[in-house]
Write a protein of this length. Sequence first.
Length: 346
Amino acid sequence: MVSVAELRARISGLRVLMERDGVDHLFLTSAESLFYFSGFDSGRLLVSRMDAVLWVKDVYFQLNRGFYGRKGFPLKVRVFKKGDISRAVKARKIRVLYTEDLAKSKFDALRKSLGVKLKVTGIVSELRMVKSGYEVSCLKKACVQAVLGMDKAYDTLKPGVVEIDALAEIEAEIRRAGSLTSPFGGGLLLASGVASANIHARASGKKIHDSSVIVDLGGNFEGYFSDMTRTIPVGRIDGRLSGLMEFVENVELSAVDLIRPGVPVVDVHDFVVGELKKKGFKMHHASGHGVGLEIHEAPYIGPGSKEVFTEGMVFTIEPGVYLPGKYGVRFEDTVLLKKKPKLLTR
């Protein structure tokens, strides 16, 4: 489990960004942010330049009081009572309260309940982009789970096997490896033949025959997700498909080789798009994404991205080609960026 020292470092890092952006008070409600700063995914958190208060239900206070009571724990933990947060906002004379990106309905409800001017800031997402040593260790273990799952996929996928049966075998292997959840929380993606041209196709009850199969999976260790994709040949496949598989995988690895600290994220996406365009193909999704407490988080490796690759980031690169009525091909790996990129799922 995360250490108190790790949580203190995260709160300190957050305050640096609050100071930079003139954020006096930040109110957090998402499960991921609460987990990141408190070690658990429930409650409501108010962070100022001087202190941080976490309100939780009585049952969670009782369950987790041993952890909350550890020496140096960076949050003041309170049992939530109706009106507590509104009273705290008034007592502190907060006129402008910042929060993370929320659905409009939640944003409007929060603004109405607290009676303050509410603004959105992306500083939590920015902070989470660069992983600590503890986070990297969790992500590496999640990647081991993913690799074991993919090894099982190569062993399981044979002519005549039913897609959903293969999925069950692969997911079971990932859970046996210690994954906290099924891949991505909602289960892995697996599709063969013409269905593989659907980017987010799910496994069906059909049998696999002489085709490629896209398998997109990941693990979860201590709340941290990994992500990898392979296109696996089953039975006999034609030479054009085989060549396309080799091409897409080479584009992925070449894109990874371009990445260094300081390189604009959009440059890597543009490279992938350019390589596919040379062969007459289009890129129909982003070239990658950050991974961590969410399976898709910053940096967004796609068109219009303003981010820059930074040492300590963990993300995926995933070029894909999709030909409706024929098949799809995608390769993806989780990558840790130090001085150079390191593939964690190979």
